[in-house]
Structure formats: structure tokens, C-alpha cells
Design a protein around this ligand. Structure first.
Ligand SMILES: [Zn+2]
Length: 140
């Protein structure tokens, strides 16, 4: 299949676009929860939808079900600081993620979790992130 056909297919099937977008978010962190490092099984809104958060890459992070459920509608940084697994490097990574600087975010996550995110994945994924810029606005 041609690349152009893929784009066309995504235009026809918004659900496919959303799925690919969600998958790309998980792939940035090597499928690990941005808060605790466990396997990410869901996408969390850093600023909850109920507080006006948007379904865009900058506000959506890979999270495990436990963190996602526990955080719920709370403000992410208040909630995160109270967790046993709180890591300031991860908090900085989340800030960078929200600023749209995925490259910095992944560097910080790698620092917090050296074995899970390899250098070459960071450059590959930040290239992907640049390519996916136009996917930012999505419904989750
Ligand atoms: Zn977690």
C-alpha cells in the first residue's frame, strides 16, 4: 500500500487515525506509564477533560490503568507529588511533554528509567513525533 493511500484511508476512518495516534503515544515511552514506569495500558489526560483539558498529544500521556484510575479527575501534578513512586525527573518529563518537547520528555524519562528507553528509540520516536504533529487534535 502506498503512503498516500494510508493517509486517504485515515481520512475516511477517523477511528483508525485515533487508534494510530494512541499507539504512537505509547510507542514514545516504550509502552511505559509516564508516572510510574509500569506498562502503559491507557492514555491519561494530564489536565482532565472535566477541567478543560484537550485531547491533544501535549495533554495525553501513556499511563497504566492503576495510575489513570487513581488520578482520575485530579490535577496531575498535585496527585503525582503524593505518590510513593513520585520521581521529579518524571514530573519534569511531563512538563516537557505538555510543552510539546517530546524529545526532552523522553530524555528525562530515560534518565528516570535507563533500561526501558534506548537512545536510538528516542531519536526515532522524536522524528515520529515531528511527523505526527498534524495528528495533534484528536478525539480520544
Ligand atoms: Zn502508572
Amino acid at each position: 500500500m502506498h503512503n498516500r493511500d494510508a493517509v486517504f484511508l485515515e481520512d475516511l476512518c477517523p477511528k483508525l487515525r485515533v487508534r494510530r495516534w494512541r499507539q504512537s503515544l505509547h510507542s514514545y515511552t516504550g509502552k511505559s506509564c509516564i508516572y510510574c514506569g509500569n506498562t502503559s495500558e491507557s492514555i491519561d489526560h494530564v489536565i482532565p477533560l472535566s477541567l478543560g483539558g484537550l485531547s491533544i498529544t501535549e495533554n495525553c500521556v501513556p499511563a497504566c490503568l492503576s495510575c489513570n484510575g487513581d488520578k482520575s479527575d485530579k490535577e496531575a501534578f498535585d496527585w503525582y507529588r503524593q505518590q510513593k513512586f513520585y520521581d521529579p525527573r518524571r514530573a519534569m518529563a511531563i512538563r516537557a511533554w505538555m510543552d510539546g518537547d517530546l524529545r526532552l520528555a523522553l530524555r528525562l524519562l530515560q534518565w528516570a528509567q535507563p533500561n526501558d528507553i534506548k537512545d536510538k528509540e528516542i531519536s526515532k520516536n522524536s522524528k515520529l513525533a515531528a511527523m505526527n504533529k498534524d495528528w495533534s487534535f484528536q478525539t480520544v
